[in-house]
Design a protein. Sequence first.
Length: 105
Amino acid sequence: MATFTDASWSKPGGELDAAAYCRVCLIDTNPSGQEKVKDNCKLPVRSKPGGAVNKNALRNAAGRIFQMKGIGAEAKRKGARKLVRLMREAKIDVGESLLRLAGMR
């Protein structure tokens, strides 16, 4: 079970190297076995690997996931499923459209 924080949120991109940044994101489209590239990782929800999930980041990701371009439908669906799971754990309301995107409706 994840731990959560209500701290203010700012994207952690500048503080983390590519591998660490990808670990805090819901979506990682980097090819398996290749070096991580930050641009291939989307929707960060933690400020550092192993850190608490930020509730404000979850709310931000819930809005942004519908605007994302350039990633495959399957990667978006998997990211949406992770997002729904975390939002439910954090006791944040999950909208119907997000549930549909996640393939849960």
